[in-house]
Design a protein around this ligand. Structure first.
Ligand code: RVK
Ligand code: MG
Ligand code: MG
Length: 312
């Protein structure tokens, strides 16, 4: 293995473990208010030190595992393969979105899930469910940003048909791809690439605001909600605010309250893709669940995905 191979594998692993750690820690505070979380944890250090036992991830990581498995199997998104992976991993107790649950129930029963995805929310879902699971696409297609954008779209379609749900996934995948490529964080270049790619005025406005964020308090105005438009740019801005600290990137979004698992999963994936697994907080990574698809399995997936990447 060359040094470059080792760095690549470290970044792939950092991204998946970062996603899972952010999801699992953020999952402890899902739907709580910013005030309630702050009252218990006045500092990021206290928040990061909080878990003393195994931490369990939610639907965010579970579905990202499905995306990763599908990519490893075929080297690109094939809808049938992706849906099979989603169904095989489906465990409603991990806490899925309402619409996502309806679609996955239909997939599991062999019903017409596309119709459910179209009709459950007329016009399709604009939840952040496609964005929360898309990080492996950012890794695999980090050298071909056009293909990355299209693969992120394809990975969204089974559950998220609304343009704002799809674009959230595309923007996050692109951000992950850029993070995995950067040696030194280049804030201006990072936001310029994201802005150049984004298609809608809604995401453009959010990313322009994200590019201006200077303090953790300013993250709140970007949103802490379950809709992709009101969470993706928040996670991106949090990473960009503290690119050298995984702990700060996930804490600053958990302190916002609301959709804390997903905000921290997305910020964690970005931070992990940039810093690599070696710079994640070892104690928290060590507490990640040791279930059959827990920490060791995520490490194995990262290694397999990096092999697929190198064979492309
Ligand atoms: C529980 C109106 C819409 C909408 C539309 C709202 C997990 C709904 C993860 C819906 C993530 C929610 C999250 C989520 C991921 C979406 N009109 N409202 N067109 N589209 N919504 O159900 O996978 O936590 O309130 O498609 O995107 O941790 O319930 O699921 O936080 O967004 O769920 O959208 O959710 P869904 P998802
Ligand atoms: Mg979740
Ligand atoms: Mg969530």
């Amino acid at each position: 293995m060359t040094i470059a191979d080792a760095i690549l594998k470290d970044r792939f692993e950092g991204c998946l473990l970062g996603l899972a750690v952010g999801d699992a820690l953020g999952g402890k505070f899902e739907a709580q208010s910013a005030e309630a979380i702050r009252a218990r944890f006045p500092t990021a250090e206290r928040l990061i030190a909080y878990p003393q036992e195994e931490i369990w991830y939610t639907d965010d990581t579970q579905m990202a595992i499905g995306v990763c498995e599908a990519l490893i199997e075929r080297g690109e998104i094939v809808e049938e393969v992706l849906c099979r992976a989603f169904v095989a991993n489906y465990l409603p107790s991990r806490g899925y979105g309402r619409g996502a649950r309806a679609v996955l129930d239909a997939m599991e029963d062999g019903r017409d899930y596309r119709q459910v995805a179209e009709k459950h929310f007329p016009g399709g879902s604009f939840g952040n469910g496609a964005a929360m699971r898309v990080a492996p696409i950012g890794l695999l297609f980090r050298d071909d940003l056009r293909r990355l954008w299209e693969q992120a779209r394809l990975s969204s379609l089974p559950t998220h048909l609304h343009p704002l749900g799809i674009e959230g996934a595309q923007v996050l995948a692109l951000a992950v791809g850029l993070c995995s490529n950067m040696e030194q964080f280049d804030r201006a270049g990072f936001f310029a690439e994201l802005l150049a790619a984004c298609a809608s005025p809604e995401y453009r406005a959010k990313l322009e605001a994200a590019a201006l964020v200077q303090t953790p308090d300013e993250l709140a105005k970007l949103g802490n909600r379950i809709e992709a438009l009101h969470s993706v740019s928040t996670a991106i801005a949090s990473f960009a605010l503290t690119p050298e600290s995984f702990e700060a990137a996930i804490s600053n979004v958990i302190f916002l309250g609301g959709d804390t698992d997903t905000l921290a999963a997305m910020a964690g994936a970005l931070s992990g893709a940039y810093l690599g697994a070696g710079r994640l907080p070892a104690r928290l990574v060590g507490l990640l669940e040791s279930s059959p698809k827990g920490r060791a399995y995520l490490q194995q997936l990262a290694a397999q995905l990096s092999v697929v990447y190198q064979s492309e």
